[in-house]
Design a protein around this ligand. Structure first.
Ligand SMILES: [Zn+2]
Length: 441
């Protein structure tokens, strides 16, 4: 599967991460899984097993998606659902009907569908949040198979919820426990884990307490939806006489390894708790717009120095599409077309910081890091410099094709073609499986 050394020649490199350097006319030497050397082109006569000429192309670190639901790829084109007037109806009419029907084949093929798309869009690391209430046991191990087959990196969790009764909640807790224990023991850089919880409004105090005890005893962070719609806050105040973030703090769910997805409806006091506990936020702008729940306060998160990143909540795996939407929605929220550019584009760097809580040495092109690299077709038609790179990303690079995707030194896609997976064959089996699931509606 692996070429021992790969030389990428004559490229423009955007190093990403915290260095964010733009190196013009450089070569990258990959040895096994890692970036061995970055040097000025033609400065050395380097031999390699494989040489990629990246002239007229741009090299970047693979994108990272910090909130995703692989299983939702089986909702594509599903039209057997009633229209919904609010977010809770979206859950009831679509997601909680779909996830109940998932079997193990569906879990595997919906994951394959999402992951193949991720390779094609240059997203190399994904933090997923899974639900399949009638196929809980072993579901994360099924997703793991798909992730390993695709050669990507993923951090997995099962969303514990009381919405289908206490028995299902306990099964969900057990699945998290078993998978976290397994991934901690295995300790490779492809598969990581978090303890998953659905959201405050579907998790009882009793379930939260058990989940917290087990998750914390395994030294795991938590991955949970938080104040996605205002109804989550209303429910929490009615049932528990406190705000959602306060409730999560009370049950020791927060901390530097935990991810709260959305946080659309949190107040200043809650932001302060997240800052103090160093809890991370996954913003999902397109999803929030699609569900008509509101727009996250990215500028406010930044002012508070909270570590916020960008997820897609399964709307896409294309991070460049998501970052554009996040910017437009930030303008709209603030009724100002000139705010939010640095705060929104910083999510690329922040996503690498979030991923580094679970994975080693990824998210930046530098010597010694794992070779998670994408090659993009991009010939700039205006001056491209270090200080205007993000402008090119939003308005130009985002419109370009991904030519090559490399993860851990493995070339997963080259010249737009997948190297190790028969995409059509997977699509055929995925269609067969999705048809069976849809017939259960
Ligand atoms: Zn989500």
């Amino acid at each position: 599967m692996k070429t021992k050394t790969i030389l990428i020649k004559n490229s423009i490199i955007f190093t990403g991460g915290s260095s964010k350097k733009l190196l013009k006319g450089y070569d990258i030497l990959i040895e096994d899984s890692k970036i061995k050397k970055i040097f000025k082109s033609a400065s050395k006569n380097i031999k390699a097993d494989k040489i990629i000429n990246a002239e007229d192309k741009l090299i970047m670190p693979g994108f990272i998606n910090v909130h995703m639901h692989f299983y939702s790829s089986f909702a594509r084109g599903l039209n057997k659902i009633n229209s919904s007037k609010d977010f809770v109806e979206v859950l009831n009419n679509l997601w909680w009907r779909l996830d109940k029907k998932l079997d193990y084949d569906a879990i595997y093929y919906s994951s394959m569908a999402a992951l193949i798309q991720a390779i094609k869009k240059g997203t190399t690391t994904l933090i997923d949040h899974h639900a399949s209430p009638f196929s809980i046991r072993g579901s994360l191990f099924e997703i793991e198979k798909a992730v390993r087959r695709c050669g990507l990196r993923a951090c997995l969790c099962y969303e514990v919820s009381d919405r289908d009764g206490e028995k299902k909640a306990l099964e969900g807790i057990k699945e998290n426990y078993e998978f976290i224990k397994y991934s901690n023991e295995k300790n490779d850089n492809f598969i990581k884990s978090l303890f998953g919880l659905h959201a405050s409004f579907t998790v009882s105090n009793k379930t939260l307490e058990i989940a917290s005890d087990i998750g914390n005893s395994l030294n795991s962070g938590f991955h949970v939806h938080c104040a996605e719609a205002v109804s989550d806050q209303i429910d929490c105040q009615k049932k528990h006489k406190m705000r959602v973030v306060e409730r999560f703090e009370k049950f020791s769910i927060l901390g530097e390894k935990s991810i709260l997805a959305h946080c659309v409806h949190i107040n200043e006091k809650e932001k302060e708790i997240l800052r103090r506990t160093q809890t991370q936020i996954a913003v999902n702008s397109q999803s929030n717009a699609n569900n008509a729940v509101g727009i996250s306060d990215i500028i406010g998160f930044s002012k508070k120095e909270i570590l916020y990143g960008l997820g897609t909540d399964a709307m896409t795996v294309n991070m460049m599409e998501e970052i554009r939407a996040a910017l437009w929605l930030c303008h709209l929220k603030n009724s100002n077309p000139s705010v939010g550019f640095p705060e929104v584009t910083k999510t690329l760097e922040n996503n690498a910081k979030i991923a580094s809580k679970y994975f080693e040495k990824i998210g930046e092109i530098k010597e010694g890091n794992f070779a998670d690299i994408i090659i993009v077709d991009y010939i700039p038609t205006t001056p491209l410099k270090e200080d205007n790179f993000m402008g090119h990303l939003i308005f130009g690079i985002s419109q370009s094709n991904i030519d090559t995707t490399i993860v851990n030194g493995n070339i997963l896609m080259e010249k737009g073609k997948l190297n190790f997976i028969d995409e059509k064959e997977v699509a055929r089996k995925s269609q067969e499986t999705a048809k069976k699931i849809w017939n259960r509606f």
